[in-house]
Design a protein around this ligand. Structure first.
Ligand code: PEP
Ligand code: MG
Length: 319
């Protein structure tokens, strides 16, 4: 029975109506990537690179970084690995990069905005990433993008570093969708990006104006709020036919939310490694077309609680 379960976890997740959904893993290190591969990950949907930079007195050098990225790519044996460039801001301080204290760090100079001030930081990470082999399976993802011009700027730097290194093949470059403007401008972003990945943790925070760290708001900062769902739908619609869309926020690992994300049309979910078997199993029980028929009604509901109730009732009636 254990062998059967292992086999099911490694197999692809296909819905009842025949849609293949990739189920990748969110990891913070190459060691976790190895664990994810054992759990049946179809790839790494998000490798947070922050851990390499935090809790140390100086920035990791290029070779330290390359080793870690290379090990993550090798752990997945040819399946795609998305590594997110440093997502740091005034809330997450680096001792070797004194950032000024600001009243609203979540709305401040973080993610891609920070590198435009400190391009050296991005360049050293990109140089390390460009030395990974094979570059065909590596994907580079940019956090906190507000519009296509920011991604265009990163692509420009990547291209000039690749030229310096004499590379002819470039890794795919994608944007996280976690700022509402990025979701609304998904069509133009998808022209510039090779893939999009919705970060529902931050997207929910910014759409609802509810601090993701505030325990008093935790119950209400729900991805199933119709306002958040509208923006996820806008992202999928905007990107349609231009580039694939994944979800790498915690919502992808919530069994109810995951079904809605698939019905909305996302191609890939990336979840904590331990959740992979359960999410794959839930996808295999889902008739995505039937749930898609419910979407107009869901999007008209008043709040997240009503959406959860509607979904629970739908699930009971359909299974
Ligand atoms: C997100 O915002 O949903 C996300 C995946 O990124 P992080 O949680 O690291 O901000
Ligand atoms: Mg985020």
């Amino acid at each position: 029975r254990a062998a059967e379960e292992r086999e099911a976890a490694q197999a692809p997740a296909t819905t009842v109506d025949g849609r293949d959904v990739e189920v990748g893993a969110n990891v913070g290190s190459a060691a976790e990537a190895r664990l994810a591969a054992e759990q049946g990950a179809d790839g790494i949907g998000l490798m947070r690179s922050e851990f390499l930079f935090l809790e140390r007195r100086s920035a990791p050098d290029e070779e330290d970084q390359r080793c870690e990225y290379q090990a993550a790519v090798e752990a997945l044996g040819g399946k795609p690995v998305i590594i997110r460039t440093l997502d740091i801001g005034a809330d997450k301080q680096l001792p070797y990069l004194m950032l000024p204290q600001v009243p609203n760090p979540a709305l401040g100079v973080r993610g891609v905005r920070l590198w435009q001030r400190h391009p050296d930081l991005l360049d050293s990470q990109l140089r390390a990433l460009l030395r990974v082999e094979p570059l065909e399976t590596l994907r580079i993802m940019v956090p906190m993008v507000s519009d296509a011009s920011e991604l265009h700027w990163v692509r420009g730097r990547m291209q000039s570093l690749a030229k310096e290194q004499g590379l002819t093949i470039l890794p795919r470059l994608g944007a996280m969708i976690e700022v509402p403007s990025a979701a609304l401008c998904a069509a133009s972003l998808a022209e510039e990006a090779d893939f999009l990945s919705i970060g529902t943790n931050d997207l929910t925070q910014y759409v609802l104006a509810m601090d993701r760290e505030d325990p008093h708001l935790a119950a209400r900062a729900d991805v199933l709020h119709p306002g958040v769902l509208h923006l996820i739908q806008a992202t999928v619609t905007g990107a349609a036919g231009k580039c694939p869309v994944g979800v790498c926020g915690a919502a992808a690992g919530d069994p109810l939310a995951a079904l809605v994300l698939v019905a909305l049309g996302v191609d890939e979910l990336s979840v904590e490694p331990a959740r992979i078997p359960a999410i794959k199993a839930a996808i295999r029980r889902l008739d995505a077309r039937t749930l898609a028929d419910e979407l107009p009604a869901l999007l008209r509901l008043a709040d997240a609680m009503a959406v959860r109730e509607h979904l629970a009732a739908w699930q009971q009636a359909s299974q």
